[in-house]
Design a binder for this molecule. Sequence first.
Ligand SMILES: C[S@@+](CC[C@H](N)C(=O)[O-])C[C@H]1O[C@@H](n2cnc3c(N)ncnc32)[C@H](O)[C@@H]1O
Length: 335
Amino acid sequence: MGVRLSAHQNRKRVSSKLQPSSKNSSLDQSRRGSLSNARKDRSRPPSTSSQSSDGVILNGRKFHNETGSVYWFPNDDEEMDRLVGQHFALKTLFNGNIPEEALQDDTIPFEDGAKILDLGCGPGTWIMDVATEYPSSEFIGVDMCDIFPSNIRPANVRFQVGNILDGLAFEDNTFDMVNFRMFILAFKKEEWEPVLKEIKRVLKPGGLILSKEAGMLEVGNDFVKWAGKTFKERMIERGQEPYIADEMKKYMELEGFEVVHCVKKHSFPGRPDHLNREFLWDIRSIFKSGQPFLGEHLQVPNEEYPQFLDQLVANCQEQPEPIWSMVSTMGRKPF
Ligand SMILES: C[S@@+](CC[C@H](N)C(=O)[O-])C[C@H]1O[C@@H](n2cnc3c(N)ncnc32)[C@H](O)[C@@H]1O
């Protein structure tokens, strides 16, 4: 009930410039009631959920059907586009793909045969970008979904399907570095610890684990904070850790890593420069990708969801300006 009330109140506070003024506003609560009644009266729309050979279709988006994984984002082309855009935004925000502390570390032979694993590599943008910079090193990308580029890839990259929750199919002490990025929606709270243990197992002594995670959307106007709060509540209901970005240092230390880098950067998605526009687009795409899990909790019916996304973007450009933070954390397995 609390969510229902706050959603309604927050919508009412949206500036009139952005909020449709007519009583028939598509997000108007009373009309929503009549829309749902109308839906009941009409012949049923096609089901929003169906199976494909390698996944589940929800609201026209394709999701994994991996047993035991709580990951709740799609694995279709549209999501891959989001991840590619997000990669380049993160690269710019953090001034590169790999922190200086790692590049200056003589024990990691980037120029001369390092072995690097990208876990949950998605479409492989990070790994292919880094592999092109270091052609003498060997790169392996692993993801539970086969969403890898099939033809075009650097010669020093290969991909493997694997679910880290089942363990990694590599010997102990194999890798110089494991990149492990944007898993915030992939694990339950209690899964982070065993996953870090498994990564430590496959790292060589002195090897580095590199994590980047996003924070919650908690700064902005009431509409933005309501959307961010609903997202966070969905994560908690799913047993997940919304603050993993800030907690990662502690998790690594508990697992016996020596944390050698921990940097928090802020994006300001309301600002008009190119980088912040990328993050704004990412926020919109994140709420779009999460629609099957968020729509009901935001109380936005499917047919009104595009308008909700437009309103989210518009409200991100209002004052107080939203701040969305990312944390890069890197730990070393002891020698
Ligand atoms: C948000 S995407 C990030 C992709 C990539 N790391 C990046 O930063 O662009 C999360 C990825 O983790 C993968 N993933 C989620 N749970 C996983 C698991 N248990 N084992 C392996 N991959 C997983 C998903 O399929 C998805 O491609």
